[in-house]
Design a protein around this ligand. Structure first.
Ligand code: NCD
Length: 358
């Protein structure tokens, strides 16, 4: 991704977190705070009345697609969607450029996920409306990093801490995990972050992501064990092994399981969890903020975050998913040039009773 991408503002694509500085990041977070009542269904908003989102997901997705689409709908817009290659004309050999030009003619903004790194930028180049990158292969996932940093900031604030000077352990697939790539870049807009990295052999962070972080004055420590990474850390960000992006051989070497197996191979023992309660107990850090972009792979031997941490006080994984709605609303409002005043003017009290726990 070229570093010369313009800052993210009205009429612009959102392709990379490189499009933020601390000022624009703060503005986006303020917008996310302003739409909190709408995300919580306290108010019904029609500010995007007449606007159409084109949602194109060529890779599996649950929360990213549904939260982008819910965000647009909750702001009063409409959504058209296509999922997978099978049901799009790409299955007939249509190019990214042709698809992007065609679909952008029907929409006011596009959200695109695609398995190839750089592909969403190709979409953007041919689109006549703003394109938001919802994940391009092992490249970037800017909206995820934005909601991750938004969440981490709130969790740390509640504990009287800041992202400046915090210690963040990042675990798992640092090579193919695009959320980590975007997260480290966005975190490095802050001051003096200590990153503690733990990755299984073969899944280490590529130097292209580590180097700029160090050049900005942050510390990157490679840890031999998860206990070393999380001991004394303020937060931990665990990630799933991205088996769909790697050779079967590498996938097997991580857990001892066939790449596509959903159960244990005969006679094999489950690989240990990437992170669980026992590890946090050994590190004497049961209060740590626990984050994960999700989905968490809960199959035996998946080498992911165990659900035995779910009752710990720092569990923030569902705060991340909830915050994703607000942050994605803020992304649309920015791309379409909508002010907080316009949102307030077009928001009314809901006439129905919500069942959501408040
Ligand atoms: C992530 C992704 O798609 O990169 N999921 C998400 O969008 N929250 C992480 C993953 O798939 O492991």
């Amino acid at each position: 991704m070229p570093v010369s991408l313009p800052l993210f503002e009205q009429g612009r694509h959102l392709l990379s977190v490189d499009q933020f500085d601390r000022g624009t990041l703060r503005r986006l977070f303020d917008l996310a705070d302003a739409v909190d009542p709408i995300a919580r269904r306290r108010g019904v908003c029609t500010v995007l009345d007449g606007a159409m989102l084109g949602s194109l997901f060529f890779e599996p997705s649950t929360r990213t697609r549904l939260s982008f689409e819910s965000a647009f709908l909750r702001l009063g817009g409409e959504v058209t969607t296509t999922t997978g290659f099978t049901f799009s004309s790409m299955a007939k050999g249509e190019s990214i450029a042709d698809t992007a030009r065609v679909v952008s003619g029907y929409s006011d903004v596009l959200v695109v996920r695609h398995p190839d790194e750089g592909s969403v930028a190709q979409f953007a180049a041919a689109s006549v409306v703003p394109v938001v990158n919802a994940g391009d292969g092992a490249g970037e996932h800017p909206s995820q990093a934005l909601l991750d940093v938004y969440t981490l900031e709130r969790e740390l604030t509640e504990r009287g801490k800041t992202i400046d000077s915090c210690v963040l352990a990042i675990l798992g697939d640092l090579r193919y995990g695009r959320t980590v790539h975007s997260l480290m870049k966005l975190m490095s807009l802050h001051d003096k972050v200590e990153f503690r990295l733990f990755a299984p052999p073969g899944l280490e962070l590529p130097d292209e992501f580590a180097r700029p972080v160090v050049e900005r004055g942050h510390t990157v420590t490679l840890c031999d064990t998860v206990v070393d990474a999380v001991a004394g850390a303020d937060a931990v960000y665990a990630t799933r092994v991205q088996r769909e992006r790697m050779t079967e051989e590498l996938s097997r070497s991580i857990s001892g399981l066939p790449a596509t197996d959903t159960g244990l191979a005969p006679g094999s023992r489950p690989a240990p969890d990437l992170l669980n309660r026992a590890i946090l107990t050994e590190a004497d850090n049961l209060d740590i903020v626990i984050m994960h972009p999700l989905p968490r792979d809960s199959r035996p031997g998946s080498f992911d975050l165990s659900s035995d941490v779910d009752d710990l006080p720092g569990l923030a994984i569902f705060h991340q998913t909830d915050n994703g709605l607000k942050v994605r609303m803020a992304i649309f409002l920015t791309a379409l040039g909508v002010s907080v005043e316009a949102v307030e003017l077009t928001t009314k009290q809901r006439p129905w009773k919500a069942t959501l726990r408040e």
